[in-house]
Design a protein around this ligand. Sequence first.
Ligand code: HEC
Ligand code: HEC
Length: 377
Amino acid sequence: MRKVFLLVLTAVLAGFFSFSIPVIAADYPDIAPLPERKAPNPKAVELGKALFFDARLSGDAAISCATCHNSEKGFTTTMPLSEAYPGSKHWRNAPTLLNIVYKGKTYGWDGRLDDLDDMLRDMITDSMNMNMDMQLMQERLKQDPKVVQMTKDAYGDKNMGTSQKGEMTHYVARNAIIQFLETLTSKNVPFDKGNLSAKAKEGMDLFKGKAGCIQCHNSPYFSDNKPHNTGVPENPEVFKDPQRHFTYVAYMMFMGVDNRMNWRRDVGYYTISKDRKDVGKFITPTLRELKYTAPYMHNGMFSTLDEVIEFYNQGGGEDRPGMKDAAMKPLGLSSGEKDALKEFLLSLSGDPIAIEMPKAGKKIEYAPVPNWKEVRN
Ligand code: HEC
Ligand code: HEC
């Protein structure tokens, strides 16, 4: 009985003081420099890089990974909502691919896949992304002697899946791209080098304490990889533009979401869990390389870090009662504190990663379209 009384008393007191108890950073996996990774095979990296920029990976041979994950724009684009396969328009922001090999699980804003190879398969085959068939891609690539040679050089001594040693298959293509992604990691990041200004240090203390960012943005990747509802406002473009809206509706249909003609919001993690309490949750993104990756959030609704910090300072956005994450509370940051927090966020960006665009492989010469009238006659 006494035990129960004490438990209740503790709970009441904890509730009472919850506004004043500072976030205990030790409760979360600490933010830290990125750990070293095993160096990828340089020949495979070369092949992967060529494929990353190769439009033959898309159905109509017009767009490549780099169309939406642009190396000059932090491996995303400056558009709030992403490019999409011609004939459709995307309803989400293209995330950066910098440090993606550290993510480890839950890919996509709604966390629909937990494996990088699977995510690449989706990128290539999804109708709104590259709309390509894996077998067709494989056979196309095998027509290019340069690709064939590069594959032999990189995978000559390996059996990948069911392939012959050194043979180009769609599995090999994805593996090579992943090896290329291994090279897209932060370089010379002040935070990783322990080289923070006094102001950035103040910002880090806020990040771990008063501002509570570490509750979701933690570990070396600055993400807990979990879904949260922060109340980011909807991007009205998604519902105003029929092409964007039907692309989103088609995705919901594919994922088996109910009531899909009526949703006027991106349901986020609900797509996966089908649990109403998950509507509006998105997977926490990394905070590395933000200097290069604006605009921010799943729908690009914020174009500057000042806007993002003000958003958090006000306790996030609006949603129905009980929907927003309990961690989203007004922070009461002074303008000096907001500056310090921004300084810390900027210290998580390193040197720009310049990729010299590889020379494209041989262009496929398609046979001219026949005149069907003549063919029939
Ligand atoms: C037409 C635009 C487009 C193309 C082309 C494209 N992507 Fe994406 N990519 C996106 C968008 C948009 C998302 C976010 C999707 C979502 O959350 O629903 C994404 C997500 C990803 C993710 C998950 C990132 C994360 O943080 O979870 C990876 C990895 C990725 N793309 C890699 C690639 C690779 C590699 C290629 C080329 C094979 C490629 N993408 C081609 C637009 C594109
Ligand atoms: C409750 C968990 C949670 C807390 C606490 C939190 N975030 Fe976030 N953060 C998220 C999620 C989830 C998103 C993506 C939301 C979306 O797109 O709808 C996000 C997105 C962001 C982005 C955009 C990144 C990008 O590439 O688009 C920035 C910047 C950011 N948060 C900074 C902060 C800062 C600074 C704090 C502390 C003041 C903070 N966050 C606190 C969960 C959280």
